[in-house]
Design a protein around this ligand. Structure first.
Ligand SMILES: Nc1nc2c(c(=O)[nH]1)N=C([C@H](O)[C@H](O)COP(=O)(O)OP(=O)(O)OP(=O)(O)O)CN2
Ligand code: ZN
Length: 123
């Protein structure tokens, strides 16, 4: 059996959004904000001999924080790919942003912890 490892790091950001496609009067149509958490999971089998790890969680943290900082305190709708700023589209946005640098990225989760909502995409 070959052990398969998954490492996960999380980062947080706060952002505003609205859903212009919602009908007049919908609470989702008006501008409002949420606190978000994004979690990125990287899978690997081979361990770095010098460190005994799949990949450095510190490097993953730096990449994740840099991506989250692009959205922090902004309006999600203004970002390409987030014109309809659902949790699902946020998962895809982070996946596209991180995948070139992190080919082992296998899962992205974006949640709104304060209102107990979460979306996960397996890549
Ligand atoms: N599948 C999804 N459904 C919904 C998403 C989403 O991203 N994916 N997003 C929303 C809205 O962002 C909405 O603002 C989420 O807030 P809501 O669930 O309404 O929770 P609130 O606490 O803000 O409001 P309550 O009325 O107290 O529930 C909707 N659906
Ligand atoms: Zn919302």
């Amino acid at each position: 059996m070959t052990p398969r490892f998954e490492i996960t790091k999380a980062a947080t950001f706060d952002a505003a959004h609205h859903f212009p496609t919602e009908p007049e009067g919908s609470p989702y149509r008006g501008l409002h904000g949420h606190s978000f958490m994004v979690e990125a999971t990287v899978r690997g089998e081979a361990l770095d001999e010098a460190h005994g790890w799949v990949a450095d969680l510190g490097a993953l943290e730096a990449a994740l924080k840099a991506a989250a900082a692009e959205l922090d305190h902004g309006l999600l709708n203004e970002k390409p790919g987030l014109e309809l700023p659902s949790l699902e589209h946020l998962c895809l946005w982070f996946a596209r942003r991180l995948r070139p640098e992190w080919p082992g990225l296998c899962r992205v989760a974006v949640s709104r912890p304060t209102i107990h909502e979460r979306c996960v995409v397996d890549l």
